[in-house]
Design a protein around this ligand. Sequence first.
Ligand code: SAH
Length: 220
Amino acid sequence: MQKKRSEMVETQIAARGVRDPRVLETMRAVPRHLFVPPAEVAFAYDDRPLPIGSGQTISQPYVVAFMAEQLRLTGKEKVLEIGTGSGYSTAILAALAAKVFSIEIRPELSREAKERLEKLGVKNVELRAADGYRGWPEQAPFDAILVTAAPEKVPPPLLEQLAPSGRMVIPVGAFYQELKVIHRQGGGYTEKSVLPVRFVPFVGEAEDGPPPARDPATSR
Ligand code: SAH
């Protein structure tokens, strides 16, 4: 598997221009085959996303590496991830930053990811099963935010929870999506599209609007 992983890094990731040595080293180290279902293990190092159950996918290795590089992590950062999924990108972020908070809307995926990360001895992560639309306000601000499901618009609470000089990487769009890098600087935000992508939809409040307010007169 180590050999397959080195090949993956050379032919799919470095060959396409990812340069950050810490990112390349991390992609070589994290055992991707332990994040996919048994039926997919043989394909774990292929150049594509794979199904992880519940209709969701683990992103293509190149896309994970590219997103991680765009966040420009040095090892000191506090990171928020929306869309834990298999926990693979969570493990990559955990190796590149100081602490990762990751939210997954599907409780079964969050539970499985937690078990995997524990087994691998990844300690600097906290997982939460919830809608990530509102971020993790108790832990904000975050030096970096990675979103791995695509909303049609960037959720405003996530912009607010970005620290000054922080970066967010997020796929935006319905069918045609662009990976965007949002940089908070000088009291504002700059945004650039860096890659056409195809992620699963960001579900929950981003799609459906806010949950109905509880009416104090009828909730008793
Ligand atoms: N980073 C994951 C990719 C998982 S795919 C990995 O490496 O495996 C994206 C994930 O986002 C799915 O698991 C999906 O359930 C989750 N998701 C979608 N909408 C969400 C929301 N509003 N809040 C939190 N997670 C969400």
